[in-house]
Design a protein. Structure first.
Length: 398
């Protein structure tokens, strides 16, 4: 088996069980491993640190499958065992009452010890993403194990995320097992119903990571006029109207997503007359609303990823400050702002500072009344703090 040997002193992160080996830490690679091949990782002194998937084109040259001195053994058995542990824990937590929740993230990549592998369940459908060379290498075996562990045989691939390019992989989508998915799949979430397009929707079709946060925001919606920005298919809109909101105005740049939002409203028998859907650029529309002196009691900002990498943080910070500043100016006294960042490159402390600076420039006094994060089926491994990508704040202005 091929061996990856680290430079002296570069084993410290692996001793803390961080799963990434960057190219700058590599002294040499012995053997001729191909993309995704499993190799032994050694310190400069020859100590075995574990086993990793090799990625010759990425700056993250290897991703750890396992740590320590022990032999890895049969790779198919190893992967199946790790997948089983991750899946059973998620299903136990969320499938006790399928009338309330029948969809969840089953495997969350590095945070579940399976780098590059994302698996989401939507009722009787599985959607998988193979985002790294190692996950791609074992795609067939992983697919077979998913069917065996879950008992679900309709598995669809959505490996169309940009990060695959960094691994030298082309975007790929399509049926891995079973039937072609329907145009939409209906799911239940906290007792509400949603239609999901698992073939063409964002990510794997729906923002499952916001499940608990939608419920948290709903608690503030009663009798309030709500502005729902970057609304996608209306997740926050449905929750707010179900929570008794007086009106919800939803803005998104995708007409198709807004149409799906309208269908989700109908699916839950919510009053269409209390919902307004605007196909527009959120930044421009917020400025227009400011100039018209519009006011809202609750504003939700759930923008797309502004900073996928640390190198894009400065530009992202400007974008986050801009929308939060405008939102603060649109709030009535006592109003609530629920604001989010899903940019992994923007740490929680920085995001809070950006929101604080926006409040200061808006001339409002604001308090944080709740910190929000990704749903528990998107766990954050203590040895992999980068797994905390979704940050949220619920703020109240005086």
């Amino acid at each position: 088996m091929a061996k990856l040997i680290l430079k002296p002193g570069r084993e410290k992160s692996l001793m803390r069980r961080h799963p990434w080996v960057f190219s700058g830490a590599v002294k040499q690679v012995n053997g001729n491993p191909g993309s995704g091949d499993t190799l032994e990782v050694l310190s400069a002194k020859g100590e075995r640190l574990g086993w990793a998937a090799f990625s010759p084109q990425s700056s993250i040259r290897a991703r750890m499958w396992a740590f320590g001195e022990e032999e890895l053994g049969d790779m198919t058995f190893f992967l199946s065992n790790k997948m089983r542990i991750a899946i059973i824990s998620k299903e136990k937590d969320l499938l006790n009452n399928q009338s309330l929740n029948n969809s969840m993230r089953l495997i969350h990549a590095e945070s579940d010890g399976l780098p590059g592998l994302i698996v989401d369940r939507y009722d009787q459908w599985l959607v998988a993403q193979f985002l790294t060379a190692g996950a791609e290498k074992w795609k067939h075996e992983i697919t077979q194990a998913l069917a065996e562990i879950t008992g679900l045989t309709n598995i669809y691939e959505r490996s169309d995320a940009d990060v695959r390019e960094l691994e030298g992989l082309s975007p790929t989508t399509g049926v891995l097992m079973g039937a072609q998915p329907p145009e939409t799949v209906e799911i239940s979430e906290n007792g509400l119903r949603f239609l999901v397009d698992i073939q063409k929707g964002h990510k794997t079709g729906f923002y499952l990571d916001q499940r608990d946060n939608r419920l948290a925001v709903q608690a503030y919606a009663k009798d309030r006029r709500v502005l729902n920005c970057f609304s996608y298919t209306g997740g926050f809109a449905v929750y707010c109207l179900a929570g008794g909101a007086a009106q919800v105005v939803s803005i998104d740049s995708s007409a198709d997503a807004l149409e799906m939002g309208k269908r989700n409203l109908e699916l839950n028998h919510l009053p269409a007359e209390k919902a307004e859907w605007m196909c527009a650029d959120v930044f421009q529309e917020l400025r227009t609303m400011r100039d018209r002196r519009e006011r809202f009691d609750l504003i939700v900002l759930d923008p797309p990823k502004f900073a996928p990498t640390v190198g894009q943080v400065q530009a992202a910070a400007r974008g986050y400050k801009d929308i939060n500043l405008l939102a603060f100016k649109l709030l009535n006294p006592g109003g609530i702002l629920a604001t989010f960042s899903c940019s992994g490159g923007v740490e929680r402390a920085l995001f809070q500072k950006i929101v604080a600076d926006a409040a200061l420039d808006a001339g409002v006094d604001a308090q944080i009344i709740q910190h929000l994060s990704q749903a528990p089926d998107h766990p954050i491994a203590l040895n992999f703090p980068e797994g905390e990508y979704l940050k949220g704040l619920i703020c109240r202005i005086s």
